[in-house]
Design a binder for this molecule. Structure first.
Ligand SMILES: Nc1ncnc2c1ncn2[C@@H]1O[C@H](COP(=O)(O)OP(=O)(O)O)[C@@H](O)[C@H]1O
Ligand SMILES: O=C(O)C1=C[C@@H](OP(=O)(O)O)[C@@H](O)[C@H](O)C1
Length: 301
């Protein structure tokens, strides 16, 4: 148990370990107060589980809660991802380089439904030492715990979009966040004004791959995909194609684009075999170029 904890600390050295509390279960818990912004308090629990079969693979599990003057503390997000030790090290090194130049600016992930904004966003946040927020979850909380699908059904899309804008506005006043936005957040210009306070990354995934993921997951939680008859994959692909025709230009407003097709070409793999960790690494490499360029030429992102 001691070994596991000390390994966790080594591998997660980007986490400030000053106030680490060891739980008997192997969980590490620490809280970090930002001195310069004492109204924020972030609590992170971290558990690294070594895999028995492949010693170089680990599952990293994090729970993050955040409280500020106006927001009640609650567990906001938790998740886990698999990565080899080498990948964790590479991600950590890249995160350190990028973090310095990001200078606390928030990272907003945009892209179609199912493009991996939540999955990749969690890994980006964990490696950067940022907090992670999913806009859809915040909208659900703001509306009193109802689901996105219920909000669409009972209050309509405009009501949902107004709440989405309000959530993005609140987030744009904060620092050191990775935000997974809803697929339609790119449509309203006002949302871009909020997101341009930070740096935005478009996860560009071929529609066929999206349709496959969404079909596997089910369309229940995605109201814009409800209501057409026929084969689930076909109708999802059809709906995504229509949405993409309307939104393509809006996604291109993002400061950076991470294309799954390009990663697949570079790695000589099929798009469907590109892992979230590989996408996060590509996102860091793209961000690195961008933040260094903007830093050198004193440009806004
Ligand atoms: N690189 C990937 N390869 C395969 N499946 C993925 C990948 N990234 C995410 N997924 C899966 O696709 C689905 C949608 O991902 P999610 O992160 O929720 O997307 P979004 O937040 O953009 O809607 C989830 O079931 C997730 O596990
Ligand atoms: O594309 C869209 O308009 C939407 C995407 C969803 O978020 P995800 O992209 O996280 O699925 C959610 O905000 C809502 O169902 C509308």
């Amino acid at each position: 148990m001691e070994a596991r904890v000390s390994q966790s600390l080594q591998l997660s050295s980007w986490i400030n370990s000053d106030k680490v509390v060891r739980k008997p279960s192997g969980l590490l818990r620490f809280s970090e107060k930002w001195n310069e912004k004492p109204r924020h308090r972030i609590v992170v629990s971290c558990h690294l589980q070594p895999r028995k079969a492949a010693r170089s693979d680990r599952r990293v599990q994090l729970k993050v809660s955040c409280s500020s003057q106006n927001v009640q503390a609650s567990v906001l997000e938790s998740g886990c991802f698999s990565a080899s030790i080498d990948e964790i090290e590479t991600l950590k090194n890249k995160a350190e380089e990028v973090e310095e130049y990001l200078d606390g600016r928030c990272v907003y992930l945009v892209g179609m439904m199912g493009s991996g904004k939540t999955t990749v966003g969690r890994i980006l946040a964990e490696t950067l030492g940022y907090s992670f927020f999913d806009c859809d979850r915040l909208i659900e909380q703001a509306v009193g715990g109802t689901t996105v699908a219920e909000i669409f059904e009972l209050r309509g899309e405009n009501f949902f979009r107004d709440n989405e804008t309000e959530v993005l506005h609140k987030l744009s006043l904060m620092h050191r966040l990775v935000v997974s936005t809803g697929g339609g957040a790119v449509v309203r210009p006002i949302n871009w004004r909020h997101m341009h306070k930070g740096i935005s990354v478009w996860l560009d995934v071929p529609l066929e791959a999206l349709a496959k993921r969404i079909t596997a997951e089910g369309t229940k939680s995605r109201p814009l995909l409800h209501g057409e008859s026929g084969d689930v994959y076909d109708k999802t692909l059809k709906r995504l194609t229509t949405l993409m025709e309307k939104r393509g230009e809006n996604y291109a407003n993002a400061s950076a684009r991470v294309s799954l097709e390009n990663i697949a070409l570079k790695r000589e793999k099929d798009v469907s075999h590109i892992t979230p960790t590989e996408i996060t690494l590509e996102a860091f490499e793209t961000l690195e170029v961008l933040v260094m360029f903007c830093f050198c030429y004193a440009l806004d992102m």
